[in-house]
Design a protein around this ligand. Sequence first.
Ligand SMILES: C[S@@+](CC[C@H](N)C(=O)[O-])C[C@H]1O[C@@H](n2cnc3c(N)ncnc32)[C@H](O)[C@@H]1O
Length: 350
Amino acid sequence: MELEDILQRRKNYTFITGDALEILRKAPSNTIDCVITSPPYWQLREYDDNNNPKEIGNEPDFRQYVNKLTLVFNEVKRILTDQGSLWLNLGDKYNDKELMGMPWRVALNLIDSGWILRNDVIWDQMKGTQSCKDRLRDVYEHIFHFVKGKKYYYNHNEIRVSPARKPKKYNGELVSATGVSGKKYRRQIADSTVLSEEEKNAALKALEDTLADMEKGTIVDFRMTIRGQQRTYHSDSQNVSGRAKELAAKGYFILRMGANGHIPSDIWRIAPEDTWRADAHYAVFPEELLLNPIKATCPVDGIVLDPFSGTGSTVYTAVKLNRRGIGIDLSEQYNETAKKRMAYICKDLF
Ligand SMILES: C[S@@+](CC[C@H](N)C(=O)[O-])C[C@H]1O[C@@H](n2cnc3c(N)ncnc32)[C@H](O)[C@@H]1O
């Protein structure tokens, strides 16, 4: 079986033609590191020219669609390693004027069948296509990040975004990326009528240590919260916020922004791909969309699988990032396109 070629490292990518559920059912358990996929959306497009009854997305009732996807992702859960991740891209659908909430219908079903949802990434595609006069344009889709267990592989250092601005000296004084020098905090601590002398000394020491770290370049920015001066960010209730607990116990806390950059947010502004539209495929993944999922949740040389691989974007990007890739698609024609695309990058890579 083609899958064996990848597992035994005889090849670093493969495309398998057939029904995702049937193929996954034959695959061994606990072998795949990461699955990234965009299944056909419900009643939105027809991909196969031959009206293949196995094609997902044409079910008359949306519940059948949700159930079919749940069966596929139950198999995905079985073949993922215990530290594996699933990234699932889904778009919504209007039915008789009503927004269906399809991505969440599927996501909630997956949660109910044992998946742990870690993120709902909003993919802001920036431009919508339709021109409706009685509602807003739709410009986003969901990318859900699911894991199998609480201890999963996640290399956050691979996806950190470098801070746009660094600390600078103004008139001999070091000022953080967003203009914080510590002067205001020093004054607030000294003038405080609610901190004890001991708390004041500890707060000042923590502030000076933080400024020293900024001078050394290990952090680029910070914020200090002092009892009686600033509020905690989320809640003052100690039951809700760990920060509120810290504030109550010590009289202050400091949030430090490291020089290694920050973790990307859960809103991704990425324009949809249209380069491979010449091959008559819709909904091609832009390469940029795949970078963070692959880098963060598949180790180098690990295996990325896309059970609805279309033109093979997931496999293509995985191989480019030194991972192994497996694509499954019902359509022979799309797999041929994917193989052509791979030949195109492989000539640069190998
Ligand atoms: C949204 S497209 C995926 C596009 C892909 N992300 C890309 O970058 O090209 C969904 C794909 O699912 C395939 N498909 C539909 N039903 C399927 C099934 N039962 N098993 C496997 N693939 C299926 C379609 O042929 C189509 O290529």
